[in-house]
Design a binder for this molecule. Structure first.
Ligand SMILES: [Cu+2]
Length: 669
């Protein structure tokens, strides 16, 4: 069944519509599998139900027990690598549970229906749950101190007041030990529809203990006049859209070349397993390339690890804002439904995710992953030989796996992009709405503007978008032609030439293996980095390898003794390498919420384990600083950053040689 999609311009203007025929949502969307067919498959709805039943039978649950997460506890890497379709495999679940004010880690063997571990984790705070966030948003409205502060601002009815609980950041105060804290600012949503961030109720913050259900304190720095612009109304730019262009589309008129089954995605010469995890979002495993009939390993697992967003404002109601969007909130749990024809091409395949809710019951999140092909418009390779008038050119097409976690005001898009010559690109798009702070200034010439704009940019009258950074850490468990790999640095060494008549200098490449785990300086002018196989060489004798392709990126420049930076110490460097350990997944540690110490990646590598000719993991952080600009308001155009992996002596020659020319493809229809 086909569906006719219409994009219509507002009736007040041209009243024009464009129609395209595309498959129906039901045809495009795939349910999460009912049974696990692959050891890396996410827990199914039945498995989530079983996990809860096993805990109930073990008398571990009461009415107030809450599930932070229940997700796949992966099998050993050696077992997964050796597994062949059709063979049996173990299934285990790992849960994070809150009960009686305590945090527990739970391990369950699903095949034997047994609880294998129930372990209290002391002095740590789990990620925040949706239920807690909703509860915390209501608490200030019942508090007389907050009500009095609101009355000072002339607000006595709270129908149009929305409160958005925020992770409290590192907590050093011993009096707060054991408390489950959230800081709750509020906004006036009068007249707002999509953008709710235009009228912050500034200078007022409630700190709540969500476990106790109490407001601990109310901070009031004084009232400011509320901004008057209603940002959602500004979306249509004074009520006039520009004229409707002729359609520009990505289409697969003869059907998709992508197959998705049993969690495995196949396209062109690529194969990988795809699953959604409540904490990390999309996880790609067992990324392999079909090299003329032989599957070759490249990456065992590729996923986000942490996202750190520190804001740069010293006010008491702002300075704690340094979020860990993955460890405090969860990229899978916050994955947004993707809209055909807008978020992804109309003909993409859309995948569901099954997640455990806070009571441990399965819920389906619809269409939170899309997988699609797109022509790049660029040649994959080409040469025109002017001497004899010949030309050879091959078209490139990419496969994109896309998710869009939405964390409060920010919408991130994470793409994994596969090309036809063995390349993988990881792209991070920042969308959404700037975090806003009410100020007195209406424009830069106002007397207060110099002070008001010290830590951000005016984006509208009385509205400041606060400066901040974004750091997204990716974990790349590389397995280039097997698990034994080494990280190699090709250093560009400048040499003086003694005998040449006109030339004085050149560079040559000298490669060195990084012997020990730790942070790796990446002087982009002076070196390139590759992960080499220790066991395989190509036809010419070079060790097979994949090159890491950094792009423009930033590391944190905050003081290392600052608690917000201590727990995000992975952002001190762009690149790290560590020895493989199945327990080392999160670069800010397992429980960054409220943590004030160095945990995770920087702590693990202090062991200085060897990474030479071993199973190793590399960690790359995409970092960028954001001084907001007026064009970011009231909704940001996407800003993209990324990095890549490309084969380097992995193949014997250009792996895209066998891509047919475009004219052959057209004439063979
Ligand atoms: Cu930003």
């Amino acid at each position: 069944m086909n569906r006719k999609i219409q994009w219509c311009v507002a009736a007040a203007t041209l009243g024009a519509c464009i129609s395209v025929v595309s498959p129906s949502w039901a045809e495009l969307r795939q349910d999460a599998p009912a049974t696990a067919k692959h050891p890396m498959d996410a827990l199914t709805a039945d498995e989530i139900r079983s996990a809860k039943e096993i805990l109930q039978k073990a008398n571990k649950l009461d009415d107030n027990t809450r599930f932070v997460s229940m997700s796949l506890d992966e099998n050993l890497k050696s077992e997964v690598r050796a597994w062949k379709p059709g063979q049996p495999f173990a299934r285990r679940a790992f849960g994070v549970v809150l009960k009686g004010g305590k945090l527990y880690e739970v391990r369950i063997d699903l095949a034997s229906s047994s609880l294998t571990s129930w372990k209290e984790i002391a002095n740590r705070q789990a990620a925040l749950t949706v239920e807690e966030m909703m509860h915390a948003s209501d608490l200030p409205k019942k508090d007389p101190r907050w009500q009095a502060a609101m009355a000072k601002r002339g607000i006595t009815s709270y129908d149009k007041v929305d409160c958005f609980p925020l992770a409290a950041g590192p907590v050093n105060d011993p009096a707060m030990a054991g408390r489950r804290l959230l800081n709750v600012p509020c906004v006036d949503t009068t007249g707002a529809t999509n953008n709710l961030w235009g009228k912050p109720i500034e200078g007022l913050l409630a700190t709540v203990d969500i476990a106790a259900g109490t407001v601990l304190s109310v901070t009031d720095l004084g009232a400011l006049p509320t901004p008057t612009e209603v940002p959602s109304e500004a979306y249509d730019d004074s009520g006039k859209y520009r004229s409707v262009p002729k359609p520009v589309d990505i289409a697969t008129p003869q059907g998709s070349n992508v197959t998705v089954g049993g969690g495995e995605v196949r396209w062109d010469n690529w194969s990988f397993h795809l699953r959604m995890d409540p904490r990390l979002g999309a996880i790609l495993s067992l990324i392999r390339y079909d090299d003329h009939g032989a599957w070759r390993d490249i990456v065992y697992q590729l996923s986000p690890s942490e996202m750190y967003v520190p804001y740069m404002n010293p006010d008491q109601t702002w300075s704690f804002r340094a979020y860990m969007d993955i460890g405090e909130y969860g990229f899978g749990a916050l994955a947004s439904q993707l809209h055909p024809g807008a978020d992804c091409p109309a003909t993409a395949t859309y995948l569901d995710m099954t997640i455990a809710d806070n009571k441990g019951d399965p819920v389906a999140q619809r269409g939170v992953v899309c997988v699609f092909e797109r022509p790049t418009g660029n040649p994959l390779w080409r040469h025109e030989e002017l001497a004899n008038g010949t030309i050879e050119v091959r078209p490139n097409v990419e496969l994109v796996v896309r998710t869009a976690p939405v964390v409060g005001n920010y919408d991130y898009i994470i793409d994994y992009v596969f090309d036809r010559a063995g390349g993988i690109n990881v792209r991070l798009g920042a969308y959404g709405i700037d975090a806003t702070k009410g100020v007195a200034a209406t424009k830069l010439s106002d007397p207060s503007a110099a002070l008001d704009t010290m830590y951000g940019s005016l984006v509208s009258s009385r509205l400041l978008a606060v400066n901040h950074d974004h750091y997204m850490s990716f974990r790349l468990d590389m397995d280039v032609d097997g698990t034994e790999n080494r990280l190699v640095e090709d250093r560009f060494k400048v040499e003086r030439i003694q005998n040449a008549k006109t030339r004085k200098s050149l560079w040559r490449a000298q490669n060195e293996t990084v012997p020990i785990e730790g942070p790796v300086d990446i002087p982009l002018n002076a070196a390139q980095f590759r992960v080499e196989s220790s066991t395989r060489t190509n036809k010419l004798g070079y060790p097979t390898s994949y090159q890491l392709m950094p792009e423009h990126t930033a590391t944190s420049i905050l003081s290392k003794d600052d608690a917000i930076q201590k727990r995000a110490a992975f952002t001190d460097y762009t690149l790290w390498a560590s020895a493989y350990s199945p327990d080392e997944k999160y670069s800010s540690g397992t429980y960054p919420n409220q943590n004030a110490q160095v945990e995770g990646l920087p702590a693990w590598v202090a062991a200085k384990r060897s990474i030479k000719d071993r199973d190793l993991v590399v960690w790359y952080t995409i970092g960028f600083r954001h001084i907001p600009r007026t064009e970011d308001w009231p909704a940001m155009p996407g800003l993209w950053h990324g990095f890549g992996l490309r084969p380097f002596n992995f193949f014997d020659r250009n792996p895209g040689l066998d891509v047919p020319p475009a004219d052959v493809r057209a004439s063979s229809k």
